[in-house]
Design a binder for this molecule. Structure first.
Ligand code: FES
Length: 131
C-alpha cells in the first residue's frame, strides 16, 4: 500500500497498478460534510454528500462514456462536460445521454473515525452511513 498526499487529504493506493487511479480514498471526518452539501474527494474521483438520511458517496465518472463529472453547487446538480448529462445531488440522471445514475460506492468509517470511500465496491442506491 502506498500513501500519497494530494488535495489536502491522505489517499491510499490499492490495486489498479499503472492506472494512477486511487481506489480507496481517505476523506476526513464526518463533521467535514454538512447537511445539504456535496464535496469532491480525491480530486473529484468521488463525491460525498449528506442528506436527511445520512452520508453517501458516488463515483465521479459519467455513466455515458466515463468523463469526470463536476458538481455545480449553485444548481445542486452534477454536470458532465463531455456531452451534457445532468445528475441530481444523489447521482440520479436528470437529463442527457447517461444511461444510469452515478455509481454509488461504499462509504465506511475506519477505526480512527476517518471516512473511507472504496471505489472498488458498489452499493445499492439509497445506501447511507449514519454517523
Ligand atoms: S460522457 Fe458524460 S454525457 Fe457523455
Amino acid at each position: 500500500m502506498v500513501c500519497l498526499t494530494g488535495g489536502g487529504m491522505l489517499r491510499f493506493a490499492a490495486g489498479s497498478p499503472g492506472t494512477g487511479r486511487q481506489r480507496v480514498l481517505v476523506a476526513g471526518t464526518p463533521e467535514e460534510y454538512p447537511a445539504g452539501e456535496v464535496v469532491p474527494v480525491g480530486q473529484g474521483e468521488a463525491f460525498i454528500g449528506r442528506d436527511n438520511n445520512g452520508l453517501y458517496a458516488v463515483e465521479g465518472r459519467c455513466t455515458h462514456l466515463g468523463c469526470r463529472v463536476k458538481w455545480n453547487a449553485g444548481a445542486g446538480e452534477f454536470t458532465c462536460p463531455c456531452h451534457g448529462s445532468v445528475y441530481d445531488h444523489t447521482g440520479r440522471v436528470v437529463r442527457g445521454r447517461a444511461p444510469r445514475p452515478l455509481r454509488p460506492v461504499a462509504l465506511d468509517l475506519d477505526a480512527t473515525g476517518k471516512l473511507m470511500v472504496d471505489l472498488r465496491r458498489g452499493v445499492l442506491a439509497g445506501s447511507r452511513l449514519t454517523v
